[in-house]
Design a protein. Structure first.
Length: 236
């Protein structure tokens, strides 16, 4: 999965693909490099970030989605707003990636549009999530329970598990020890035939181990990816 953030404040690539022509160029480069899924985000979810309105989110996404082919690669949109989710699904995108783990309204749309869905775990919105790293009794068991509840909800809509991916949310309301524990135990988050997604690239856990700026974290990103592949993670 290649990430294209059409934001000015994302932690890794904020501002680089904010203009439509830059975003399209970046997407083309990632597909050429081997990405089979492109995930587009119009709202930053870095720690401490503020949300934007769905109107602003749609305004950023619309010109890009209008120009992207819908039959060359899988298009995912990272959004937690139901208005945006319905807009992009109507536009023909294939997967909704929701940092808040979805809800019944999204599950209804997933069924209606026969789309895929990525459900991520976070204990709180980005603005305050790093103040919530102490809310867990057992971070592995708590996330497992969260996913089981979500999948149980989804099952009411008869959505195939092959269209569901679970993401434990590295860096989202977790400290360094919790992030490493999650990665070490990534297999434990596989539920039935749902897929697994891990978004660990360039995040601050790498800096905690090996002091490095965001654009110098390729080594840690590759190490996490190789380990994840060895553990059967489906989307990196």
């Amino acid at each position: 999965m290649g990430i294209c953030n059409i934001t000015k404040d994302s932690f890794s690539d904020g501002g680089k693909s904010f203009r439509t022509k830059d975003a399209l160029k970046h997407i083309k480069t990632m597909v050429k490099a081997g990405a089979t899924i492109i995930d587009i985000g119009a709202e930053s979810a870095r720690p401490g970030s503020d949300p934007i309105t769905y109107q602003k989110e749609i305004k950023r996404l619309k010109p890009i989605l209008e120009q992207l082919p819908k039959d060359k690669f899988i298009i995912s949109v990272d959004t937690n707003k139901i208005e945006t989710q319905e807009f992009v699904l109507k536009s023909g995108i294939h997967i909704i990636n929701d940092i808040f783990g979805g809800n019944n309204d999204l599950f209804y749309l997933t069924k209606k549009y026969r789309s895929g869905i990525v459900l991520m775990h976070t204990p709180a919105p980005p603005k305050i999530m790093q103040t919530k790293t102490n809310v867990y009794k057992d971070v592995i068991k708590d996330i497992q329970k969260y996913f089981r509840n979500r999948v149980r909800q989804l099952d009411k809509y008869n959505i195939s598990h092959k269209k569901i991916w679970l993401d434990p949310g590295i860096g989202f309301g977790k400290n360094i020890d919790q992030n490493l524990l999650i990665m070490k135990n990534i297999k434990k988050f596989r539920l039935q035939s749902c897929g697994l997604l891990l978004g660990s690239s360039r995040k601050s856990w790498i800096n905690k181990i090996n002091k490095s700026k965001v654009d110098q974290r390729l080594g840690g990103s590759l190490a996490a990816s190789l380990y994840s592949m060895s553990q059967g993670v489906d989307i990196l």
